[in-house]
Design a protein around this ligand. Structure first.
Ligand SMILES: [Fe+2]
Length: 176
């Protein structure tokens, strides 16, 4: 008969003597912990994309504004849009850092792309496409933002972009 030895093997000899692995009892715990940095990293990346775009916009608009005669009314309009873009870059930089992210120091490729285009009218058309892109990116990131102050920053930025798009559209309509 073989039944006696095998059936009576004490638990201590079947692998349970090593310290238990508690991680196995909380399969969700480590996964959730991993999701938090991913979400934070995604938010930082999206806000940095906006920061780089606004920095590029501020630089482009400074070039376009400075190409105009100081008496040109268009210069005043572009100056206002340029100031908005610069202010957005500053507030985005501060927001990213306040939320614990690493803020980018890069300028978006939009700067070079715009200046590669000939003519103020065509450049302004391209600027407006860029501004509409920013509005879409703000719409995408807003559902990911819990922080009230950060939401207010983005919502304000969205409004000023829509206003500035309308201003530039009106200007372009006058140009024909
Ligand atoms: Fe912008």
């Amino acid at each position: 008969m073989k039944d006696k030895p095998a059936a009576r093997t004490p638990p201590a000899e079947t692998g349970f003597s090593s310290p238990p692995c508690y991680a196995a009892e909380f399969p969700g715990h480590f996964g959730e912990a991993g999701d938090v940095p991913d979400a934070a990293a995604e938010l930082t990346a999206r806000l940095n994309a906006l920061l780089e775009a606004e920095r590029a916009g501020a630089r482009v608009l400074a070039v376009l504004r400075d190409s105009l005669d100081s008496r040109s009314p268009v210069r005043g309009l572009l100056d206002q849009v340029q100031r908005d873009e610069g202010a957005n870059a500053v507030v985005l930089y501060k927001t990213i850092r306040r939320l614990g992210g690493e803020a980018s120091h890069e300028t978006g490729a939009f700067f070079q792309k715009t200046l590669a285009i000939d003519g103020l009218t065509e450049r302004l058309r391209f600027v407006n496409k860029g501004q509409a892109w920013v509005v879409r990116k703000i719409d995408e990131v807003l559902p990911l933002v819990d922080d009230d102050a950060a939401r207010a920053v983005l919502e304000n930025m969205r409004r000023s972009h829509l206003d500035n798009i309308a201003t530039c559209d009106a200007l372009l309509a006058e140009e024909g």
